[in-house]
Design a binder for this molecule. Sequence first.
Ligand SMILES: [Zn+2]
Length: 372
Amino acid sequence: MYHVFASPLRYTQGPGATRDLGKEITGLGICGPACIIAGRSAREQLAEIWEASFASEGLTYHVHNFGGECSRTEIALGRAAAELSAAKVIVAAGGGKAIDTARAIAAELALPCVVCPTIASTDSPCSALSVIYTDAGVMDSMRLFAHNPALILVDSLIIAKAPLRLLVAGMGDALSTWFEARACMRSGAQNLRGGVATRASLAIAELCWKILVDDGTAAVDAMKSGTIPPALERIIETNTLLSGLGFESAGLAAAHAIHNGLTIAPEVKSFYHGEKVAFGTLAQLVLEQAPTDEIQQVLEFCSSVGLPVSLNEIGLGSASPDLILQIAERSVIASESIHNMPFPVTAKMVAQAIHDASRIGSEWRQKLGQSS
Ligand SMILES: [Zn+2]
């Protein structure tokens, strides 16, 4: 099997970067018209800046109002709007679902995709995949595309204005990246681009973990005080670029599979992807019998930034052993990345790991004098 690394063509990040969106697009040799797929909040924050930025480059554009769900219906509506405006580039502005929708439209029309995330809550912006839901919001399928986005443009001023909990959730998603990459490295599992990891993707995944530990709490403080110091810029880069490259090119393992299992429980609906992934990471470490020191480091990190460490903290405090077993069974279905672990994994093992991780997390909280 080949070593494969995939990435966007260009990544640009900084305060006020939206002002240069037009220049960044033409700089890649991409011409208009552009079709911008954007939700309400992105339009409210960015519409005026788009006008000036596109005008300065002589680019025309059309804004398509995103309806909120990355479903086949929304993709078809956006595609029709892009075709009507004879778009030569699809621009996504907003959160994960707007981005996934725009990415699918761009792939169907074989156009370049430009991604402008307005939050840093997951590591999906740089990737070449979209998660498709039904109109009712139930996960339907995952689509892998031939191309990563042409450009990721992250305006840290906009990210810093979003709720703190979203940035913290992004840190939860980034937390899993190194531990899942390491598991894939040990097993020789395939990454999401049909090869095995390069040294580059492993180094990037490991750097995620290092930056989270070094800068996580400073980034939280910065969000609270409304400032954008280098530590916050590094965390935005970690959540968006490093974790994105890391997961896609080094591979996923138990943490995300356990996350997917957790989503069968309606109780976890109000928790963000990254919050559930953080607990999934803890469960993976228990499952693989990671050293106690390492588990403590992860607990320390989670407590310092406000990520959940027990079932109670993701709404499953009163979950029955039967529900945990059902979650574990969903985590080990044949298509799940849990089979990238370097040993065979059964539902029983996962259920045990979930219970043990939750107990260890609760005990950790008690030791700190925090309730769990
Ligand atoms: Zn994730």
